[in-house]
Design a protein around this ligand. Structure first.
Ligand SMILES: Cc1ncc(COP(=O)(O)O)c(C=O)c1O
Length: 361
């Protein structure tokens, strides 16, 4: 009944979301622990007043794009809004890849890229990062794939690469596309938006799910030169953003100081959490995101994740050979991290005292 590629592929598995009424500390899907600006709530209420929902929304999300254009100082023709940056990624894969075309990215990274590649029956060129997660620039350039994606800062490692390295990669890949997924960039020290102006093959993707605390609203942005935007528009759903999210997104961007303050709080908690995790015995690569990757080299941490789950704390465990000895821990409020660390201080010493686990195959 369905395409061979769809029947053969594994579905994307999102992180666990608690059931209604279930009280869990959520450190597994990199949501922001702080609420969005109160101005977002006011804008949502205004957007549903009277009979406004009777009408279709603006197909190009004008108010949201206008707010993005003002805040990021980019012309509107270079910005495209998505129902989350996941939708923009899906549009990109659909528009850029024919069956069998190579799509390259460093791994481990955001596993949705695998799913989207499988849907298009594209050929995945996974460039394995070294154990210290150094950026495999030369390998990516050599792969010369039709589409290259760099998640920066990367998930789940938290590590970041410089704009200069990405600019160099863009030059070497030209005229092939380079998409830079900056979902977590508001927690980093630098971003690569400027590359979009200089490089006609570069796209930068942003989301309001993380720094703007709007994961539930589904708001993403794509920045690229007009010829790229023009092609992506051909595969866009006509009304991809509903009226409520368009209004929420515009209000959030007009009150960006709110998100900036929360991002700074998260950075401070990230610094303290990283130090505390290292003191317990974890290796923690320096993170530029709102999560950290914590590794106990050689020890399978699936049981530790399950133990934390039983204590009411969700963290992300990936059962893959590269990540079986790691937990990805989102940065929550200081009190949530304190509770997590208290459990880890008790649960980790027996793991360290045990013989080495085995990587799953
Ligand atoms: C690297 C990366 N890109 C994109 C997304 C998707 O963001 P959105 O909620 O805007 O679809 C995520 C979400 O976790 C992510 O980790």
């Amino acid at each position: 009944m369905f395409r061979d590629a769809i029947v053969a592929m594994a579905p994307y598995v999102p992180g666990e979301q608690p059931k209604p009424g279930e009280r869990l500390i959520k450190l597994n899907t990199n949501e922001n622990p702080y609420p969005p600006s109160p101005r977002v709530r006011a804008a949502i209420i205004k957007a549903i007043e009277g009979d406004k929902l009777r009408l279709y929304p603006r197909p190009m999300a004008d108010e949201f794009i206008e707010a993005a254009s003002q805040y990021y100082r980019f012309p509107k023709e270079m910005i495209l809004a998505g129902n989350g940056s996941d939708e923009l990624l899906a549009m990109l894969f659909r528009a850029a890849l024919d069956p069998g075309d190579p799509v390259a990215y460093p791994v481990p990274t955001y596993s949705l890229y695998d799913t989207l590649a499988s849907v298009e029956n594209a050929r995945i060129v996974a460039i394995q990062m070294s154990r210290d997660f150094a950026f495999p620039a030369a390998e990516l350039a050599r792969a010369a794939a039709r589409l290259t994606i760099v998640c920066n800062p990367n998930s789940p490692t938290g590590t970041a690469v410089s704009s200069a390295a990405l600019a160099d990669l863009a030059r070497r890949l030209m005229p092939r596309l380079l998409a830079i997924d900056e979902a977590y960039v508001d927690f980093a020290d630098r971003h690569s938006l400027a590359l979009v102006r200089k490089h006609p093959n570069v796209l930068v993707l942003r989301t309001l799910s993380k720094s703007y605390s709007l994961a539930g609203m589904r708001l993403g942005l794509c920045f690229a030169q007009p010829p790229i935007i023009e092609q992506l528009l051909k595969v866009k759903d006509s009304y991809n953003l509903n009226r409520v999210s368009q209004a929420a997104g515009a209000a959030a961007l007009r009150h960006s100081q709110w998100a900036e303050r929360n991002a700074n709080r998260i950075r401070r908690t990230r610094r303290d959490t990283s130090q505390a995790l290292r003191a317990i015995g974890f290796e923690v690569p320096p993170s530029s995101a709102n999560f950290v990757l914590a590794r106990l080299a050689g020890h399978d941490l699936s049981e530790l994740a399950a133990q934390l789950r039983r204590e009411g704390i969700l963290v992300r465990y990936f059962a893959t050979p590269l990540l079986y000895d790691c937990l990805r821990i989102s940065i929550g409020k200081p009190a949530e991290m304190k509770l997590l660390l208290r459990h880890l201080k008790r649960l980790v010493p027996p793991i360290l005292a045990s013989s080495n686990g085995k990587a799953p195959t």
